[in-house]
Design a protein around this ligand. Structure first.
Ligand code: GLV
Ligand code: MN
Ligand code: MN
Ligand code: MN
Length: 399
């Protein structure tokens, strides 16, 4: 079946009626439905599916084994996300396997299609949770203690889904199985539109992380409290948002985003007692990313002090700059007739695993240039070009 037709089977799964787009987070209803769908589709293509200790799904063509060629992506989304970020890579992998099988090809090396858990960190806050756990980038204890917005821990969610959270964490046996990894992904920018090409090869990922800023002040009455008597944590929070923008704009290729804010208790006629904001900050190199966050933190402390408030800053995740394997990058580029090579500001499981195995990525053109929003798109012909490129790589690496 074509990649876009296969992807269209997921149209109604995990739709977010309130935000628009899709909200699919680890082990929520929609994501569990996607897991079932993946298992069924993999089975139809003769693949054997297993779930590893960290809730990642693996579909094996032939016997599972060490030094396999691995391809895939993730099925979860950001809150209110698009249909392509994640599922396109998984669906293209299934379609590539199908086309190889139909052509009579049989791999001589183990080949697996993977769907990593909670890549966006949409439920528990830490991105690439499945691949980080697998590779030891986060400890079992730290992951198990993470709470979703309802206060449910990752350990509880794992248990409820039939997995033993005690067994989560770095999995050397699973890591040994990854001989090479290629992840196909929808492009999250406009690089390919301007170059008039359907597929690109990834080069690098910005250093990036997430920080939680908790401003505390004094809850009080919105009408009865004179302006001069307030310790309103929303004020330093708002000034910090502006500082983040200013600091990022002043640095080459840096980004700083506050996309999530929570006021406690959250009443229109209530001065908040606390405000949490989450900063996503990125820059090409580690020292610049750190300097950016340190400077934003300095402003946050200053603004909190000015209002008689406090601020507590917690790092929720961090990943250094990733350079994908140059040999694989050049090989894919040559295969694709001098395909463009693009850096990306977006994080990926392939980026986490690049420290453990030779890793490459393919990007499929996104005509809107928009991602992490419902407007994200890829045309059927471009999806087909991506899948065909992927099938060629898998054939070559497993022949
Ligand atoms: C994931 O897509 C990220 O870059 O946040
Ligand atoms: Mn994403
Ligand atoms: Mn993604
Ligand atoms: Mn400054």
């Amino acid at each position: 079946m074509s990649t876009s037709r296969l992807l269209a089977e997921l149209d109604d799964v995990g739709r977010d009626r309130r935000r628009g787009g899709y909200s699919r987070h680890v082990f929520d209803r929609g994501e569990r439905e996607l897991r079932e769908w993946f298992t069924e589709q993999a089975g139809r293509r003769g693949l054997q599916v297993e779930t590893d200790r960290n809730a990642n799904l693996w579909a094996w063509w032939g016997e599972p084994g060490d030094d396999a060629v691995v391809t895939g992506s993730h099925l979860d989304s950001v809150p209110g996300g698009g249909a392509f970020d994640g599922p396109l890579g998984v669906v293209s992998a299934l379609a590539a396997v199908e086309s190889l099988r139909d052509s009579g090809f049989r791999p001589r090396r183990p080949l697996a299609v993977v769907a990593f858990a909670e890549e966006e960190g949409g439920r528990f806050g830490v991105p690439c949770l499945g691949s980080r756990l697998l590779s030891g980038g986060i400890s079992r204890d730290a992951a198990c203690a993470l709470r979703d917005p309802d206060g449910t821990t990752f350990a509880e969610v794992m248990r409820a889904a039939g997995h033993d959270p005690e067994r989560a964490g770095r999995d050397d046996a699973a890591l040994r199985r990854i001989g090479r990894l290629v992840e196909l992904h929808v492009e999250q920018g406009k690089g390919l539109i301007d170059l008039h090409r359907p597929v690109a090869v990834a080069d690098s990922i910005l250093a990036h992380g997430r920080w939680r800023f908790r401003f505390r002040g004094e809850g009080n009455h919105a009408g009865a409290t004179p302006i001069g008597d307030r310790r309103d944590p929303m004020i330093p929070a708002a000034r910090t948002v502006l500082a983040a923008r200013r600091e990022a704009a002043a640095r080459e290729q840096a980004r700083a985003t506050v996309g999530r804010v929570e006021a406690t208790p959250g009443g229109t006629n209530v001065i908040a007692s606390a405000v949490d904001l989450w900063l996503d900050a990125r820059a090409p190199l580690h020292p610049a990313a750190r300097a950016l966050v340190d400077e934003i933190a300095r402003h946050a402390h200053e603004h909190a002090h000015d209002e008689g408030c406090t601020v507590e800053i917690t790092e929720e995740s961090y990943g250094d700059t990733v350079h994908f394997d140059p040999g694989l990058r050049d090989e894919l580029r040559a295969q694709l007739d001098d395909a463009p090579v693009l850096p990306t500001g977006a994080g990926h499981d392939a980026g986490v695993l690049a420290a453990h195995a030779p890793t490459a990525m393919l990007f499929v053109r996104n005509p809107t240039g928009v991602s992490h929003a419902p407007e994200e798109h890829a045309e059927p012909d471009d999806c087909a070009a991506g899948t065909s490129a992927l099938a060629d790589v898998l054939r070559r690496w497993t022949a």
